[in-house]
Design a protein around this ligand. Structure first.
Ligand code: PLP
Length: 442
């Protein structure tokens, strides 16, 4: 690895060459995959250049690729991997459910138990329903809000990610669901309130992530969320918290930690124990719309909504593994990791900032505070390019050091982790800074 190379692009190219030569099997499989799937990929976020490492297996908080490299898994399947890769209590629940039959085609006891567990934890879920992904959960919640209010539009925020069909970053809009979206600025109270005020008559819902995940783990200010809460109440607009990622931030989700109660909440990720999962719920009078015994009931279909494996794994996870105390432990571990990165960057004088809440961390090449992802929108193209190259280099270097994370700098911790793992992470970043110091400017 070069030490004093000041040419960022050349360093990235060299890191890529090294990456490629160390991963012949991943390279081979990516080429084969491309003959059957566009770009060899079936989930855009898992693609990165020159080609992604193909994973063979995982255990605890480690993953191993098909070329035999072992990594500490700091991606944590974009937060869905909360339980790690082989939590015995989750496995047992899946195996027991499997023994009773895979696709039953009727209500089952696991879904009832999981619904109660979620209601107990998140009191704003007076009634809830299951689906198969966070994407679906948001689309159903929006549709419920539109029916309930008789209004059409939905206010979301720049750079929000609410799923594959409702994504408001720099890419994605072309395939978004055709709802009449209005876009506000995250963490900007006066402009958001003015937008709501102006559009109240047509606004069915305000949909917001209490911490924007995909845009870089950028938390909403409590005052901002409270202002939205008050305004939605005043105008009869349904406030939906997308807690697909953030429900892990407290036993009652991030909403309970902040003390703000939305009208509806959407869930996903780890809550199915690591299997495909989504849920949406909230105020009784809204969710009652789905009661199939009503003559005017809203239909809610989904062959696998109550699939026994995810329901049973979800129950085991909440009942036995992700207890309130484990939730707090992991939250604290993440807070200390974030502080550790920020202290390191300050001590070594490099423009790296860690954002996030609890066990989810966003790493940015930036100097100064980040109150929304719009902070980066105004950068000149050279500044954007440089950040892109730095992210690439950081990602490749961290993989080389045995730390698996996303190219965009998303990190989520999993329950098998302890301080030992987060210390390893901090050491890897410190090494990266030492080795690449001359390149770490914006
Ligand atoms: N909402 C948020 C905040 C998310 O982070 C995601 C996924 O990353 C989704 C919704 C979509 O969930 P899924 O990938 O299960 O469709």
């Amino acid at each position: 690895m070069p030490n004093a190379n000041t040419d960022l692009a050349a360093c990235v190219a060299e890191a890529e060459r090294h990456y490629i030569s160390a991963r012949p099997e991943s390279r081979r499989l990516n080429a084969i995959a491309a003959e059957a799937m566009p770009g060899g990929n079936t989930r855009t976020i898992l693609f990165y250049t020159p080609f992604p490492s193909v994973l063979a297996r995982g255990s605890g908080c480690r993953v191993i690729d098909v070329d035999g490299h072992e990594y500490l898994d700091f991606l944590g399947e974009y937060s869905a991997g909360l339980y790690g890769h082989d939590e015995p209590r989750i496995r047992r629940a899946i195996e027991d459910a499997l023994a009773d039959g895979i696709v039953l085609g009727g209500p089952n006891r696991h879904e009832i138990e999981l619904a109660y567990l979620l209601k107990e934890r998140i009191p704003s879920l007076e009634l809830l329903r299951f689906c198969n992904s966070g994407t679906e959960a948001n689309l159903f919640a929006i549709s419920a809000a539109r029916t309930f209010t008789g209004r059409d539009s939905v206010l979301v925020f720049h750079h929000a990610y609410h799923g594959g069909l409702s994504s408001f970053g720099t890419v994605g809009a072309k395939i978004n669901a055709p709802f009449p979206w209005l876009l506000g600025s995250y963490n900007e109270i006066p402009s958001a309130l003015a937008l709501i005020e102006r559009s109240a008559a047509e606004l069915a819902a305000v949909l917001i992530e209490p911490m924007q995940g995909a845009s870089g783990c950028i938390p909403a200010n409590a005052a901002f969320l409270q202002a939205l809460r008050d305004s939605c109440t005043r105008h009869g607009i349904v406030l939906i918290f997308d807690e697909v990622m953030t429900s892990r931030c407290g036993p009652g989700g991030l909403q309970a930690r902040l003390g703000i109660r939305p009208d509806m909440t959407t869930l996903g990720k780890y809550l199915g124990g690591g299997l495909a999962f989504g849920a949406f719920g909230g105020r009784r009078e809204i969710m009652q719309l789905f009661d199939p015994s009503r003559p005017d009931a809203l239909p809610h279909a989904g062959t696998f909504n109550n699939n026994v494996l995810a329901m049973a794994a979800g129950v085991a996870g909440l009942r036995e593994v992700f207890t309130r105390s484990e939730c707090e432990r992991l939250f604290g571990l993440g807070e200390r990791l974030r502080e550790g990165v920020n202290e390191l960057a300050a001590r070594l004088g490099v423009p790296i900032v860690a954002t996030g809440v609890g066990s989810m961390v966003g790493l940015h090449f930036h100097d100064g505070p980040i109150s929304s992802a719009e902070t980066f929108d105004g950068l000149p193209p050279e500044g954007k390019d440089r950040r892109g190259l730095l992210k690439k280099l950081f990602h490749l270097d961290m993989l080389e050091k045995g730390v698996y994370l996303s190219r965009r700098g998303f990190v989520s911790l999993s329950l098998p982790m302890r301080e030992r793992e987060t210390e390893t992470f901090l050491t890897a970043i410190e090494e990266f800074i030492g080795e690449r110091r001359s390149l770490l400017r914006l």
